[in-house]
Design a protein around this ligand. Structure first.
Ligand code: NI
Length: 225
């Protein structure tokens, strides 16, 4: 009961800060009411990458983001961390947000609560061991979050409003076109840092949207813009 209460309070504080800052996440952050007011000056957008880190493509993406001075959010799979620790350290050092995407990319509402909790905690613990920071944000695979986990896991769920389908199309032009068509202030863009096409498309998106006046933020930065 205590955990439930603190989770609700935590979320309420988060919502208040978010609202006060005037940053509106168009992608869904679970537990927050839909807010449409926008009092911020520059439109913001968050690039999010799931399923990494990837030994080959994540470094290329990090290079491109660094060149452009852009920060993104990475929802990593726990079992991909081993052997790629330096990539997580680099993400942290270069100002990116590292979130949890479960240990073995399971659909959390299809396994027992106990197992689901393990999937989340094991990943958070590994992220902490490598980076010294315990993640506060989670993107559950397939966007599936069993409500009963709210009692055990006090993390913010980060969904998305733009699904680039990058894993499916593997087409730079299609990915870019989806984003250009759907982007709005506060958009949270879903991509995967495990394909060459996704890396190239993401960097192209940065160049195009910046030209249009968008500012790239990490999902937690949406609190303080
Ligand atoms: Ni995934």
């Amino acid at each position: 009961m205590e955990k439930r209460k603190s989770s609700v309070i935590f979320r309420r504080i988060f919502w208040i800060l978010l609202y006060a800052a005037g940053c509106v996440a168009a992608g869904r952050i679970e537990g927050l009411p839909a807010v449409t007011a926008d009092i911020r000056q520059a439109p913001c957008v968050a690039l999010t990458f799931d399923d990494g880190p990837d030994r080959k493509y994540t470094p290329q993406l990090l290079d491109g983001l660094k060149e452009r001075g852009v920060k993104a959010s990475f929802f990593v799979i726990g079992k991909n961390i081993s052997g790629n620790e330096e990539l997580l350290v680099r993400m942290k050092e270069e100002g990116h947000l590292i979130g949890n995407h479960t240990y073995s990319h399971v659909q959390l509402n299809k396994i027992s609560s106990e197992k689901a909790r393990e999937e989340v905690e094991k990943t958070s613990n590994e992220i902490f061991e490598v980076t010294g920071v315990y993640p506060s944000y989670i993107r559950p695979p397939f966007g599936a979050w069993p409500k009963q986990l709210d009692l055990a896991v006090t993390m913010f769920l980060v969904m998305w409003d733009i699904d680039t389908l990058d894993w499916k199309s593997k087409s730079i032009s299609s990915i870019v076109q989806i984003v250009e068509t759907e982007v709005k202030d506060g958009s949270i863009i879903l991509m995967h840092d495990e394909y060459a096409t996704s890396v190239e498309a993401a960097l192209k998106i940065v160049d195009i949207l910046r030209e249009q006046g968008f500012r790239f933020v990490t999902v937690d930065e949406m609190l303080v813009v």
